[in-house]
Design a protein. Structure first.
Length: 137
């Protein structure tokens, strides 16, 4: 597929990094096909991250992800999922490559500024979690 799904997480949104992050995404060749500001409830965050429900950081993750506004977006580009994960860098910003979004904007492995889908299948599922078909252009 040529689409992926991303979120600007509450840490980055709260620090005013949304514009810089979206600009870097657009300059890297991604087209925004859906975009909104929203806020997850703890329950909705738990649903989104259900795959991690047995992980020790699940409660920390869902508390953090429901702690403030986020930006959700669907992005289009050739090889979108893989290219976007390269653009954002490693989950832990200390290990993220120079110039990546997480290197520039993330504070820690928990508060790591952005989400990027890890497969075409999850990109589809996650995009549909936030957007109906007529909200995607
Ligand atoms: P994302 O799915 O957000 O793009 P990822 O695929 O790079 O991140 P995963 O291993 O799937 O990383 O973890 C999902 C999210 O859970 C991470 O982005 C991070 O916010 C959080 N997380 C992962 N490991 C930890 C940890 N050790 N402590 C706290 N939070 C963590």
């Amino acid at each position: 597929s040529n689409r992926t799904f991303t979120m600007v997480k509450p840490d980055a949104f709260g620090k005013g990094f949304t514009g810089g992050i979206l600009d870097q995404i657009i300059q890297a060749g991604f087209r925004i096909v859906a975009l909104k500001v929203t806020k997850l409830t703890k329950e909705k965050a738990g649903e989104f991250y259900a795959v991690h429900s047995e992980r020790p950081f699940y409660d920390e993750l869902t508390t953090f992800m429901s702690s403030g506004p986020i930006v959700a977006a669907i992005l289009e580009k050739d090889n979108a999922v893989e290219d976007f994960r390269t653009l954002i860098g490693a989950t832990n910003p200390a290990q993220a490559a120079e110039g990546t979004i997480r290197k520039k904007y993330a504070a820690s492995v928990g508060e790591n500024a952005v989400h990027g889908s890890d497969s075409d299948e999850n990109a589809q599922i996650e995009g549909s979690f936030f957007f109906s078909a007529f909200e995607q252009f």
